[in-house]
Design a protein around this ligand. Structure first.
Ligand code: PGA
Length: 253
């Protein structure tokens, strides 16, 4: 059983197409979340919509995240967005190393530099890890171990404690094929044991670990029962109805 307040993050990816639609989605989502519900709800809209949406949710019932960030604070880096800029808009969480970005060439070294940049601004990094395939030979543990070790190599125990790790098996993202609660529980324990080995028991416990990959209203309760601290939701976060049902599934009965 998780000892953290559940965390549910909606990753809107390259959606919706207009600012008006983004505002409507945020308003619809916020309406469905009970004030003071014991859950942290975060949405990660595309960069251009963040400023408007942050103004629409001043109460913090829905917190703002970014889907990516650049590792440097300023300078000649055309097209990039810094952690300081995000902080100035009210962003509090930043997704880093999503598999869709790693597929575009992002490396563990770049992920670590982005995590450091985000922590310098006292924002919370949500670092995605996960294997591409599962072949039954246990290779997925090695993939996740390498990604977690690369993340941990540059972080003190104190810094690591404020990181959220999102376990997202790539074969489960956007495919409708979620990992089973047993798979999720096994990987969750594997990551916590690894963190305890790399740091200590207290740090291993403090890190929040969420699951992502085809989380839907129908499977959310079973997946949450596997002990994860919450979810990183893609497709289902684009519907206020589905997203709120996922949030309801992580609330204490
Ligand atoms: P999905 O995406 O929920 O659509 O599978 C999850 C993610 O990419 O974070």
């Amino acid at each position: 059983m998780s000892t953290h307040q559940p965390l549910v993050i909606g990753n809107w990816k390259l959606n919706p197409g207009t600012s008006a639609e983004a505002k409507a989605l945020l308003v619809a989502t916020r309406k469905k979340i009970k004030r003071d519900a014991p859950v942290t709800v975060v949405v990660a809209p595309p960069f251009p919509f963040i400023a408007d949406l942050a103004r629409l949710s001043p109460s913090g019932r829905v917190l703002m995240a970014a889907q990516d960030v650049f590792s440097e604070d300023s300078g000649a880096y055309t097209g990039e967005v810094s952690a300081g800029m995000l902080a100035s808009l009210g962003v509090t969480y930043v997704i880093i190393g999503h598999s869709e970005r790693r597929a575009m060439g992002e490396t563990d070294v770049q992920v670590a530099a982005k995590v450091a940049a985000v922590l310098r601004r006292k924002l919370t990094p949500v670092v995605c890890v996960g294997e591409t395939v599962r072949d039954g030979s246990g290779g997925h543990f090695g993939v996740v171990e390498a990604q977690v070790r690369a993340l941990a190599s540059g972080l003190t125990a104190r810094a690591l404690a404020s990181v959220v790790i999102a376990y997202e098996p790539i074969w489960a993202i956007g495919t409708g094929k979620n990992a089973t609660p047993e798979d999720v529980e096994e990987m969750h324990l594997f990551i916590r044991t690894l963190l305890t080995k790399l740091y200590d028991r207290a740090t291993g416990k403090r890190v929040r670990i969420v699951y992502g990959g085809s989380v839907k209203p129908e499977n959310a309760a079973a997946l949450h029962g596997a002990g994860m601290d919450g979810f990183l939701v893609g497709g289902a976060s684009l519907s206020a109805d589905s997203f709120s049902k996922i949030i309801a599934a992580v609330l204490p009965a």
